[in-house]
Design a protein around this ligand. Structure first.
Ligand code: SF4
Length: 422
């Protein structure tokens, strides 16, 4: 894998802090609860937090929910009630009713952080009480200084110290993926002869996921910096690789792991040849409308750098600015090294200043959060909602065409509207 002579990895980063337009970490519960089937997420927060979860995951009202909110009332916020006792009562009520719960996450929020409610103390106490049937952990989903994908990072990082020690050499695949995508990845690794492979987060508490000094791990999501550090503290070794988006990204991700496990070129070619060709063709078809067009990324999901790499190197787009809420160098360096110098690389956000840059740039496609998309559309810019990229299966070969299609759709729609108006 060779990169450009001068890449974004060597370029200075524009760092700004100010008002930001992102969802909070509670949002990640929406995909985590689907992934971890015996887990329950109890948000210790306000009515606002409850509304966010309910409206964002409205579909869950038809199912037995696996998340809820222990609402902090005004007496809690004023420090007049013992919130720890109330948490104990809520948890008791929940666990006596729901014997299927094996992992309970107490999820912090802005209000619980503001009143400095110690959820780790509560988690320890409740874990002792309900072990071994239920493991109680805590993490923060607060929107103070965070973006929504950090909820998953905080959740996975909270699980790492709790993983059993394993001695055998193994590959740990880290990041919550839709089941169908995860199965494809595991099947490719299996065909390459790589194993044993386990996944964090596991679907069930009893799944045999452990960590040790012979564990090597590969990330499937670029926003898992804390989880990466927690795994390294347990002695595991990170395999840095470009993220598996598109044909090139997926091949590079697999190749790096294959090299680690000594897979021969012949086996690698045999296993990847057909899906690579399918992915290449699908991307070529879906990206016709993207070629030679420009893109501007507002910081949102932390997927921006690998996605910009995909759009530039596989779809022929030109990036004007790649904004990311946080740049975890250790994780995204391989993707940065594949992006030729040129775009502004920015970290953090002062939304007004960034809006000025986006208006001046007038990119063909602006990737941004929901709050910015409508006003920018009204100003004549074509936008893509960044959050869709987190909720849609986009990783690995079979989704490569869909990924290009997600970016192509708003441009096609705009082109059609233009033709209709003429
Ligand atoms: S955690 Fe904070 S940002 Fe998120 S819904 Fe609750 S109050 Fe709002």
């Amino acid at each position: 894998m060779t990169g450009p002579a001068l890449s974004c990895a060597e370029m200075p980063v524009l760092r700004q802090r100010g008002q930001r337009e992102v969802f909070c970490g509670l949002t990640s519960i929406i995909w985590l609860h689907r992934k971890m089937q015996d887990a329950f997420f109890l948000v210790v927060g306000s009515r606002t937090c409850a509304h966010l979860l309910q409206s964002a995951a409205g579909v869950m009202i038809f199912a037995e929910p696996r998340f809820g909110t222990a609402v902090l009332e005004e007496t809690d916020l004023a420090g007049m009630a013992d919130a720890q006792e109330e948490i104990d009562r809520e948890v008791e009520r929940l666990l006596s009713r729901r014997t299927d719960i094996r992992r309970l996450f107490l999820v912090g929020s802005c209000p619980s952080e503001v009143i400095k409610l110690d959820l780790s103390k509560a988690a320890e106490r409740l874990s002792r009480k309900y072990a071994p049937q239920v493991r109680v952990l805590n993490f923060s989903g607060s929107g103070i200084e965070t973006t929504f994908t950090e909820g998953e990072d905080a959740c996975l990082a909270a699980m790492v110290p709790d993983l059993p020690e394993v001695d055998d050499r193994q590959l740990l695949m880290v990041g919550a993926l839709p089941d169908v995508v995860q199965d494809q990845a595991l099947s490719l690794l299996d065909q390459l002869g790589i194993g044993p492979v386990t996944v964090l987060p596991s679907m069930r508490a009893d799944d045999p996921v452990g960590v040790g000094s012979k564990t090597v791990f590969a990330m499937t999501q670029p926003f898992l910096g804390e989880t990466c550090a927690a795994l390294e503290r347990r002695g595991a070794r990170h395999i840095p690789a470009p993220f598996p988006f598109g044909e090139v990204g997926t091949t590079a991700w697999l190749r790096t792991i294959a090299d680690e496990f000594g897979v021969s070129d012949a086996v690698f070619e045999r296993v990847t040849e057909a899906p690579r060709a399918r992915a290449r063709n699908a991307v070529a078809r879906a990206s016709e409308v993207l070629r030679d067009r420009s893109v501007f990324f507002f910081p949102d999901s932390q997927l921006e750098i690998p996605l910009a790499r995909f759009l530039i190197t596989e779809c022929g787009m030109r990036a004007l600015e790649i904004g990311a809420p946080y740049i975890h160098r250790q994780l995204v360096e391989p993707d940065l090294a594949m992006i030729p110098e040129g775009p502004v690389l920015s970290e953090g956000q002062d939304v007004d200043l960034q809006l000025d840059r986006a208006r001046a740039a007038r990119a063909d496609l602006t990737v941004c959060g929901l709050g910015l998309a409508n006003p920018l559309e009204a100003e004549g810019l074509t936008t893509k909602w960044a959050i869709e990229l987190v909720f849609t299966p986009v990783h690995f070969y079979e989704q490569a065409g869909d990924l290009a299609g997600l970016f192509a759709r708003p441009l096609r729609r705009r082109d059609m509207l233009r033709v209709a108006a003429e």
